[in-house]
Design a protein around this ligand. Structure first.
Ligand code: BGC
Length: 743
């Protein structure tokens, strides 16, 4: 009896606690909001960059005038600031501490463009989880990642930070990162994600960073917005507006995008932060008269937090008094920020345990995940059979090139915290892992990627004569890509081409490994090497990954997440373009073939360049491995399917070579006739399939017909019935198609 009573009481109590816990977040937000002064509310909307501890900033925190800080990550300093906010301010609202943890905190993973080449969202999620564990140990509870900007132009330096040119792949990678950062359950290792940059920032004209964009609403909705929507649905807690003006409206002042689409259509409940000073930069855009006006525009567009424009903290009260912004909107902005702070448990656990910080870094698990990510992100672009190296035949290798031993540069852009002392370079890894099997000669030739150095090249060539194989590590230093680091020439810099040519002229096999922040133009390299393994910037464990791939202890499985042009003049060049009325057909006359003073020939009247083929060097989705795969014809489960149906699409994949390997099998669809022109192909699915030599497997995709919906002529998202083509293929330019009809 007593026992029963006790258990009833326990049940009642737990129910009460859980009801309280369920209601608690919104209730806590409301009750705190009721106690806040206007200044304290505006303070929550203010984000400051800090470096080191200073009393002025701490004073602002004590007065409740700062909601978030960025850029500081010394745990002692952070704890002091947090104490000012939590223990020395009137209401004790904790700061949310943020940082750009883009592809790792201490353990650096490949740059996001490299991660996209893995086509392995699970692995990417695991990497993001590891980054969160490392960063949250240092108090970072909010990262400005993932960057979801679709990028079709490799001149743009920030292409390194995203997942490339494809909406579907970008979506899978973005969602994986959001889940990884925030964790399946929210605890002290959860780091709020910030999807950015909203929106179309990657379409910067001319590939010049921060430049204007001119993306139509339809293309925004069909190409640029879906990754954001998917990440919002996956629970991303925050979003950042972009620097660019699109079709004349700076994103930070674009209420249609933030209020209408993000909040209205997608129901986003998190908060929106501006990019760095992107509120006050609306003055430069010629869109705002002054910082006050800029604040009014941004705030009314739905931007909750001001990163480094000092606009809200200086002018919002005045704007309220003048009736230019509403109290209701201020309250809502504060609510959305407090909600995230409560959700992250910052009120319960505002401080960093300084004794545990270091032990969170560079764990064996983290380093192994980074190595695996670097293995999977490497794309084998060419191979005449030289790779993998045969240890029984190769006695001496020359390790050369500016990236062979560049511990800082192989980490890539956005490496604030990753320590180069932990980097394992290819040189180090080759010596460590294979130094007993082969003799390793090291002669860098060039010491950095932009160097011009004939003597260095001569030394490398001399050393090459003593080697059986040349392993040349070329590419771009980290500083040549990333924010504000755009280029017009995307070929290898400095004397690298000259050096490759000289090495090739020795007659020794040349294996090129390229580490870069973007896809480069590689026509010259293709012509002067025996194999090219493209690693992007592979991170802390790039060395072992590349060494194991070269020596055959790992097999390549990466696929290009972007189209590699033959010439920079081809860009923007992307696989999922619309069809012109005069598509090139491969019979065009090139410049040198045109007879002198001839009249126009009928062959040339298609969409092409006179002085460059229209095809890319390597298409999207492309990558070789150490075996060969054969694809059978694509087959569909039914010739007709309803708009709400699911269509089975299958093809047989066979490993026809001699090694076990993993193939990224891709599903592409084309909508043949639309109310608006449609892309020639669109990726709609992929699977990583591992097969032993001789093994075949039927690879099946379940294509949800609703995934074929798009914004057509009437700007309503729907599936338009009609005929479709579908391919299961190893890249975006191959495959045997099947057809089906949506009724
Ligand atoms: C970048 C953002 C970044 C922010 C904070 C800006 O310059 O565009 O991507 O998150 O700085 O560091």
């Amino acid at each position: 009896m007593v026992r029963n009573l006790i258990s009833i009481a326990v049940v009642a109590l737990t129910t009460a606690i859980s009801v309280f816990a369920q209601q608690t977040e919104e209730q806590r937000v409301e009750s705190l909001l009721q106690q806040m002064t206007l200044q304290e509310k505006i303070g929550q909307l203010n984000q400051l960059s800090v470096g080191g501890f200073d009393q002025n900033t701490a004073g602002m925190m004590r007065s409740g005038l700062v909601g978030s800080i960025l850029n500081e990550c010394n745990p002692k300093v952070l704890n002091r600031y947090q104490k000012a906010a939590v223990e020395e301010s009137r209401l004790g609202i904790p700061l949310i501490i943020s940082r750009d943890v883009i592809h790792g905190f201490k353990t650096m993973f490949p740059i996001p463009l490299g991660l996209a080449a893995t086509f392995d969202p699970e692995l990417v999620q695991q990497g993001a989880r590891i980054s969160a564990v490392e960063a949250t140990a240092s108090g970072i509870r909010w990262t400005f990642s993932p960057m979801l900007d679709i990028a079709r132009d490799p001149r743009w330096g920030r292409i390194a930070e995203g997942s490339g040119e494809d909406t579907y792949l970008d979506t899978q990678m973005g969602v994986a990162m959001v889940k990884g950062y925030q964790g399946e359950v929210i605890d002290q290792t959860s780091m709020a994600a910030c999807v950015k940059h909203f929106v179309a920032y990657g379409a910067a004209e001319g590939g010049r960073d921060y430049n204007s964009t001119g993306v139509s609403e339809r293309t925004l909705r069909n190409v640029y917005l879906p990754p954001f929507e998917a990440c919002v649905k996956a629970g991303a807690m925050t979003l950042m507006t972009s620097f660019n003006d699109n079709d004349g409206i700076p994103s930070t002042g674009n209420g249609f995008l933030v209020n209408d689409v993000l909040r209205g259509e997608w129901g986003f409940e998190g908060f929106v932060v501006s990019d760095w000073a992107s509120i006050s930069e609306m003055i430069n855009h010629g869109y705002a008269e002054n910082n006050k006006h800029a604040g009014e525009l941004a705030f009314n567009a739905g931007v909750d937090m001001d990163m480094m424009s000092y606009s809200y903290i200086s002018h919002l009260e005045e704007l309220l008094n003048e009736g230019k912004v509403s109290m209701e909107a201020i309250d809502n902005a504060v609510r959305s920020i407090l909600r995230v702070k409560f959700r992250l448990g910052l009120f319960e656990n505002p401080y960093i345990d300084e004794d545990k910080v270091e032990s969170a870094f560079y764990s064996a698990e983290a380093l192994e995940a980074a190595r695996k990510s670097a293995v999977e992100s490497a794309v084998l672009l060419t191979n005449n059979g030289v790779l993998p190296l045969d240890k029984s035949k190769v006695k001496t290798v020359l390790v050369t090139g500016p990236m062979a031993d560049a511990p800082h540069d192989q980490l890539g852009t956005w490496t604030f915290d990753g320590d180069p002392a932990h980097t394992v370079t290819p040189l180090k890894a080759i010596k460590q892992l294979y130094g007993n099997d082969v003799k390793v000669i090291y002669e860098p030739g060039l010491t950095y990627s932009r160097e011009f150095n004939d003597d260095g090249i001569a030394k490398a060539v001399k050393a090459a004569k003593k080697a059986d194989v040349i392993l040349a590590f070329m590419g771009e230093e980290a500083i040549l890509s990333g924010e504000a680091h755009s280029l017009v020439d995307i070929t290898l810099k400095g004397d690298q081409r000259k050096m490759i040519e000289a090495l090739h002229a020795t007659g020794k096999p040349v294996v090129l490994n390229i580490m870069a922040g973007r896809q480069l133009v590689l026509d010259h390299e293709v012509a002067h090497s025996d194999a090219i393994l493209y690693s992007f910037h592979p991170g802390t464990m790039g060395g072992p990954a590349i060494a194991q791939l070269i020596f055959g202890d790992e097999t390549p499985s990466g696929k290009t997440p972007v189209t590699f042009p033959k010439h920079v003049g081809q860009v923007p060049l992307y696989y999922n373009h619309n069809m012109t009325g005069r598509p090139a057909n491969g019979r065009e006359e090139m410049l040198h073939e045109i007879p002198l003073r001839a009249g126009q020939t009928s062959l040339g009247m298609t969409s092409y360049w006179l002085d460059c083929p229209f095809a890319p060097e390597f298409p999207f989705g492309y990558g070789l491995t150490y075996t060969t795969f054969e694809y059978g014809a694509t087959a569909v489960g039914a010739a007709e399917v309803g708009t709400d149906g699911v269509l089975k699409v299958k093809a047989t994949l066979k490993n026809t070579g001699k090694k076990e390997a993993t193939e990224v099998v891709q599903l592409y669809v084309r909508d043949l006739v639309g109310s608006v022109t449609r892309p020639v192909r669109e990726l709609k699915g992929f699977q990583r399939v591992t097969l032993a030599p001789g093994e075949s497997r039927e690879v099946v995709f379940e294509l949800d017909i609703q995934d074929l919906a798009f914004y057509g002529k009437d700007m309503v998202k729907k599936v338009e019935p009609g005929k479709f083509q579908v391919w299961i293929a190893g890249d975006s330019a191959s495959g045997v198609l099947a057809e089906f009809e949506v009724k």
